[in-house]
Design a protein around this ligand. Structure first.
Ligand code: PAF
Length: 278
C-alpha cells in the first residue's frame, strides 16, 4: 500500500493508475474497525483501485467535542488497510488540508443538516460536507463509500453530489455490529467495561421500535417516547429517538412506508448513534 501525505503525491499516483481505471474512495477518520474494513472490501468489488483516507477533520467538531482526544491509531490502521488490499492511503496533516483557514464551505440546507444530529451538533454537517467535497476534488474518485451508521451524513453527501452534479457514485455500506448488536464505532473505545455491557440496549430499543412499526403500530411519537423512556430508565441521556422517512429524514405520516428509526444518546461521556431501517 502506498501512503500519500500530500495532495500532489496522491494526484501523481492517480495519474499513474492510468485512464479507464475505476477508483473507489473510502474517507475515514481512522481508528479503523471491522465496519471500515467491510467498506474497503465493498470498494474493492466496485473498483480497480481503492483509496482510503485518514483525516480527523477539525471542521466537523464543535468546541468541547472530542477532536483532541479522537482516537488515533495510524500504525494499526495501515496494517488493516494493507491486509484489506487497499492500494492507496491518503493521510494528510492539517496544514496540507487547510493551509490557511477554510473560508469557503459547503452549507447543506437546514432541513437536512439542522435536524436530528445537526440540531445537537450545529455546523457538524457543514464541516463534513466541506471536507468530503475537498476529498472528492483531491482524489476524483468514480465511486465513494460511506457507512449507513451515519445515516444522515450519507443523505447529506448523496444530496450534495446530486446538486453539484459530481460524477461520483455514492454507495452506502451496511452497519457492522458486534455479536450483541452494538454498532461498531471508533468511539466505542471510550466506553468503560460496565458501559460496554449496557451499550447494546440502543440497538435493542431501536429493534423494538421497528418491530412495532412492522407489526402495524402507527403512533410514532408514542414509540419514540417509549424508546426514550427505556434509555433514560437505564442511565442514558438521549438526544433523540426519531422515526423518519428514509429518503429525506422528514417526519412521516401514518400511512408512509420506507421508514428509518434513528437515535443518538449519551452513555456516561460517550455519545453513541445508531439507526435501523424498517
Ligand atoms: O464518517 C466519517 O468518518 C467522517 O465524517 C468523514 C466522512 C470521513 C468526513 O470527515
Amino acid at each position: 500500500m502506498q501512503i500519500h501525505e500530500t495532495i500532489a503525491g496522491l494526484r501523481a499516483a492517480r495519474a499513474r493508475a492510468g485512464p479507464g481505471k475505476r477508483l473507489a474512495l473510502v474517507p475515514t477518520m481512522g481508528n479503523l474497525h471491522d465496519g471500515h474494513v467491510a467498506l474497503m472490501t465493498q470498494a474493492r468489488a466496485h473498483a480497480d483501485q481503492v483509496i482510503a483516507t485518514i483525516f480527523v477533520n477539525r471542521l466537523q467538531f464543535r468546541p468541547g467535542e472530542d477532536f483532541e482526544k479522537y482516537p488515533r491509531s495510524f500504525a494499526a490502521d495501515c496494517e488493516r488497510l494493507a491486509a484489506a488490499g487497499v492500494e492507496h492511503l491518503f493521510a494528510p496533516d492539517e496544514t496540507e488540508m487547510y493551509p490557511q483557514p477554510q473560508t469557503y464551505h459547503i452549507e447543506p440546507p437546514p432541513e437536512q443538516a439542522g435536524i436530528l444530529d445537526g440540531e445537537f451538533r450545529p455546523g457538524h454537517f457543514r464541516g463534513v460536507a466541506t471536507v468530503v467535497m475537498k476529498l472528492f476534488q483531491i482524489a476524483q474518485p468514480d465511486i465513494a463509500l460511506f457507512g449507513k451508521k451515519d445515516y444522515q451524513q450519507l443523505m447529506v453527501i448523496c444530496n450534495m453530489v446530486r446538486e453539484f452534479n459530481l460524477p461520483i457514485e455514492i454507495v452506502g455500506g451496511e452497519t457492522v455490529r458486534a455479536a450483541d448488536g452494538l454498532a461498531l464505532s471508533s468511539r466505542n473505545g471510550y466506553l468503560s467495561a460496565v458501559e460496554r455491557t449496557e451499550a447494546p440496549r440502543l440497538f435493542r430499543v431501536l429493534t423494538k421500535v421497528i418491530d412495532a412499526v412492522r407489526g402495524g403500530a402507527r403512533d410514532f411519537p408514542l414509540l419514540e417516547q417509549g424508546a426514550i423512556s427505556e434509555l433514560q430508565g437505564n442511565g442514558w441521556v438521549p438526544d433523540y429517538v426519531a422515526l423518519r422517512k428514509k429518503l429525506d429524514l422528514q417526519l412521516p405520516s401514518a400511512h408512509d412506508s420506507g421508514l428509518v428509526v434513528l437515535a443518538a444518546a449519551r452513555l456516561g461521556s460517550t455519545r453513541l448513534i445508531d439507526n435501523l431501517e424498517v
